[in-house]
Each structure stands twice: as C-alpha cells, then as structure tokens.
Design a protein around this ligand. Structure first.
Ligand code: G3H
Ligand code: 13P
Ligand code: ZN
Length: 309
C-alpha cells in the first residue's frame, strides 16, 4: 500500500475499456468517503488537488490525510495535481511527494503549451512522477454551440498527435464538449464522439482524460433545491456518455461537482430536518456517507473500474 503513479492504472484501463475515477479532494470527510468507496469496490483511485484546494486546506494537511487514508484502508492512491498553471506549482507538488501532476497550458498558443509541458515533463520524469497536459479549451455553456465555435475550442486530432510526440506527456486531457461546474449544457447534452475516436485512432497508446465529467446527478440537485438551495437548470454529462467515452481511450474521468452536490444536499437536508443539531459530526458524517455511496455507484456502474486491482 502506497502512493503510486497512474502508469499501470492507465495501461490496464486502456486495454480493457474502463476508466479510473479522479476525484477532487478538499477535506478529510471527502477523502474518507471516496477512499472507502474505492476500497469497497476494489478499484484503482486517483485523488486530485487543485490550486484552490491547496490554498484552502494547505498542502501538508492534504498530503497527510491522503497518507492516512492509505494506512487506514490499504488502498493504493495516485495523488495528482489538478490544473497546475505553471512550472512552479508542478515542481512544488513533485517535491512534496505527489505522484502525478497536470500542467494546464491549454490557454496558451500551441507552441507555448508544448514548451511549458515539456519543461514539466523533464522535471517530473526525472523524479518518477507522471504528467497530464491539456489541449483544446473546455467550452462553457455559452460556447461551442455551433460547428465553427466547436472547431475553435475542441481538440484538433492532428495537433494532439503532434503534441504528445513533442512533449512526451503521459496522458492528455481533451476538449470534446464537457465543461467544469453544474451548468454544462443548455439544451440536449452533446459530446463530439467522432472527434474523440479520431484522437484515439491517432494516439492509441495515450491515455485520454475527460475533465468536466460530472453527471450533476438530478437526485442531489433536487435535494439541494428541496432543502433551501437555488440551483435551477443544472445539467451534467449523462452517465451513458461517460461509459461510451471509456470505450475510446478515455482512462481518467474527473469528478468534482458531483462530490460538492452530494455533500451539500446531505448537509442541507440535515439542517432542515434537525434544526437543533450543531455538532459538525452529525452533518459531516452523513455527507461523507453520501459521497461514499455516490462514488461507489460511479465506480461500479459508470466507470467500470470495480475489481480492477
Ligand atoms: O477543475 C476544477 C475543479 O473542480 C477544482 O475546482 O479550483 O474550485 O478547487 P477548484
Ligand atoms: P466537474 O466540474 O464536472 O466535476 O469537473 C471536475 C474537473 O474537471 C476537475 O479537474
Ligand atoms: Zn478540470
């Protein structure tokens, strides 16, 4: 039991058409809920930490909590930096003991993205750490509504092949229509599967990563709204689309929003039903439980990563 890289996890996932869940963590209850689900399902696991999470919880706490989860459960975990914006934060995480980092140069021009990614790959690989990069821009709800807008934001397959060859990156996040947060689509959900297939055909050995892959589970949105929340019109990526993506090279599926919604729904419900409670364990306990159940469901029924250790 240890902190591990995603190398073996992805090699197996790529061969057998399933994906490893990469869940964003910000505190102890979130970590415990996710890791207990992976333990229960005997599934490979990536926990990822954003710059915002590092700022909120402080790196030392998050790292020690993840190490504690490994000790407690015996689950091997890949500890990953999510959306590292420059070399500096990637280096800090490598030096702190992360086993994987993302350098997100997607907002930069192609050649600049290559340069930034290469720099991180060189440092990380020299320290036994794997690297994810991103090519293309994740569209927001107002973007990519027509074909020309899609061509301008989504990943260009030939560029993906050139990018991977030139950078030596271990995995690649692609833009095919997903976006971060709880408002992913205005009308019918749409992912560009033809583009995904083309990318996978050109770089069949490269594990692909789907960011913005929360389903925005209706049951949690409904609970939030029932118990005083106000999140109308929230919509995510349908589960069957995630399942389909795992058949075309997607080996890592990023989930944060669904964790936030599950936790918030449970806490809102608890407060309304138990107005006299003021012991944090009384509402954080059920929130942790909701996360465990939701993550187990994803692993088993959506990602297909149960019993893949
Ligand atoms: O990709 C974004 C993740 O959901 C992390 O969000 O930057 O608010 O921690 P955050
Ligand atoms: P969601 O907002 O869909 O959960 O995406 C999270 C993500 O991509 C983290 O990098
Ligand atoms: Zn992301």
């Amino acid at each position: 039991m240890a902190l591990v890289t995603s190398k073996e996890m992805f090699a197996k996932a790529l061969k057998s058409d399933y994906a490893v869940g990469a869940f964003n963590v910000n505190n102890m209850e979130i970590i415990q809920g996710i890791v207990e689900a992976a333990q229960q399902e005997n599934a490979p696991l990536i926990l990822q930490v954003s710059a915002g999470a590092r700022k909120y919880a402080k790196p030392a706490y998050l790292i020690k909590l993840v190490e504690a989860a490994i000790l407690d459960t015996g689950v091997d975990i890949c500890l990953h930096l999510d959306h590292g914006e420059d070399f500096d934060i990637c280096k800090k995480c490598v030096d702190d003991g992360f086993t994987s980092v993302m350098i997100d140069g997607s907002k930069h021009p192609f050649e600049e993205n290559i340069r930034r990614t290469k720099e991180v790959v060189e440092y990380a690989h020299a320290h036994g750490v794997v690297v994810e990069a991103e090519l293309g821009k994740l569209a927001g709800i107002e973007d990519a509504v027509n074909v020309s807008a899609r061509d301008a934001t989504f990943t260009v397959p030939e560029e993906a092949a050139e990018f991977v060859a030139k950078t030596g990156v271990d995995s690649l996040a692609i833009a095919i229509g997903t976006s971060h947060g709880a408002y992913k689509f205005k009308g019918e959900p749409y992912l560009d599967f033809e583009r995904l297939k083309e990318i996978h055909k050109l770089i069949p050995e490269t594990p692909l990563v789907l960011h913005g892959a929360s389903t925005v589970l209706p049951e949690f949105v409904a609970l939030c709204n029932k118990y005083g929340g106000d999140i109308p019109g929230a919509q995510g990526v349908p589960e069957e689309m995630i399942r389909e993506a795992t058949k075309h090279g997607v080996c890592k599926v990023n989930i944060d929003t669904d964790l936030r919604l599950a936790m918030t729904a449970e806490i809102r419900k608890h407060f309304v039903e138990n107005p006299g409670d003021f012991d944090p364990r009384k509402y954080l306990g059920p929130a942790r439980d909701a996360i465990r159940k939701m993550v187990a469901h994803k692993i088993k029924n959506v990602l297909g990563s149960s019993d893949k250790l």
